[in-house]
Ligand binder design. Structure first.
Ligand code: GLY
Length: 357
């Protein structure tokens, strides 16, 4: 399935298909880019998928340099970015060349940042191998490294030239990581598309069982929803905030627990439940709308009860969110499944009640 992302001169295609990692070269060649490619990955992902991607690039006529970075969030540091710039220079990478990120969201964020900054920007391709990266992080051109005091603080928008999503890679994901990615798909349904949410409800058992037919259809659906938002608000001016549903409280839960207790997706699941409750408390959503969101997350094996954190600590973390504007925190609410409303005037007591209810 080919999903266009229409951004004028920065347009690109998301190719979603089981087995697509063996066809990266075929997708890349028609773009008419230079002959040098750098494949950025971590050692574990490279062992699983590196050979098939490198071979497909070589067969398509590219010369490939492979570059390993640390696994997970430690990849997103200035020191690692500097090592990558050095490696690109040594490999003779120029503005016609392409940096490809093979792996989860962290590899994509780092490699995108390196591609955005080296020589003021070289071609970039996303090859996401986690559900979270496939339906969210790889689409839309957000790139970043972490600052010691805040995640994703240093970065830029740099759209990829191509995204290749191979849903068969979910076969190698640990159960907890797989389920965590499903939370971002639920998010898309909650605020963007009631029909998609219904489909997820009907397919929950198949998703949990990793039935590839259902997984491919729903991952593609989620990519399409994200693409439509990015097309309308490439630079995160307003509408793109809708993708923050469940994240205002989710990010704060992660920060308040020092990123130890929940995965990002688990924190987003808890954030969705709390923000759904907030909408109900503010008279925006019915109890049934809240219950459906909680039930779907539970059916997908995600946590829905916020326990063991002090709501006041979470509220303090919300106030430090980099999306805060003049001290006011923007929240996305879902008045009905598939619809959203952005609000900025939520009172502390209502947030505390949603967290503690
Ligand atoms: N992950 C949220 C966004 O891409 O805007």
């Amino acid at each position: 399935m080919l999903i266009p992302v229409d951004l004028g001169s920065r347009s690109y295609t998301i190719a979603v298909e089981c087995g697509a990692l063996a066809m990266v070269g075929d997708h890349l060649r028609p773009l008419g880019l230079g002959g040098k490619a750098v494949l950025v990955s971590d050692a574990a992902i490279r062992r699983l998928y590196g050979t098939r991607v490198a071979e497909s690039l070589t067969t398509a006529g590219f010369s490939v340099t492979e570059l390993d970075v640390p696994e997970g969030e430690p990849a997103k540091s200035l020191a690692v970015a500097e090592r990558c710039w050095d490696a690109l220079l040594s490999a003779g990478i120029d503005r016609t060349s392409t940096v490809l990120a093979l792996g989860g969201g962290a590899v994509g964020d780092l490699a995108g940042f390196v591609a955005a900054t080296y020589m003021r920007g070289v071609n970039f391709v996303q090859l996401p191998t986690t559900v979270l990266a496939q339906v969210d992080a790889s689409i839309g051109g957000k790139t970043a490294i972490d600052h010691p005091r805040a995640k994703n603080l240093i970065g830029s928008f740099h759209q990829p030239r191509l995204v290749v999503v191979d849903p068969a890679t979910i076969g190698s994901l640990p159960e907890r990581e797989y389920r965590s990615g499903l939370a971002e798909m639920v998010k898309h349904g909650c605020v963007l598309d009631a029909g998609y949410f219904d489909d997820m409800e009907r397919s929950a058992a198949a998703l949990l069982g990793r039935d590839l037919g259902h997984v491919e259809r729903l991952i593609a659906g989620s990519c399409r929803l994200k693409a439509r938002v990015v097309e309308q608000d490439e630079r995160d001016a307003e509408l793109r905030n809708v993708l923050n549903y469940g994240h205002t409280i989710g990010h704060a839960l992660e920060a308040a627990s020092e990123y130890q207790r929940w995965t990002h997706g688990e924190a987003v699941a808890l954030g969705i439940v709390a923000e759904a409750r907030l909408a109900h408390r503010l008279g925006e959503a019915t109890a049934d709308t809240v219950a459906r969101q909680r039930a779907l997350l539970e059916a997908l094996g995600l946590p829905t009860r916020i326990e063991g954190v002090d709501p006041a600590v979470v509220l303090a973390a919300i106030k430090r969110d980099k999306k805060a504007r003049d001290g006011r925190i923007p929240f996305v609410l879902a008045p009905e499944i598939g619809r959203f409303r952005l609000v900025t005037d939520v009172k502390d007591d209502d947030v505390l009640a949603a967290l503690g209810a």
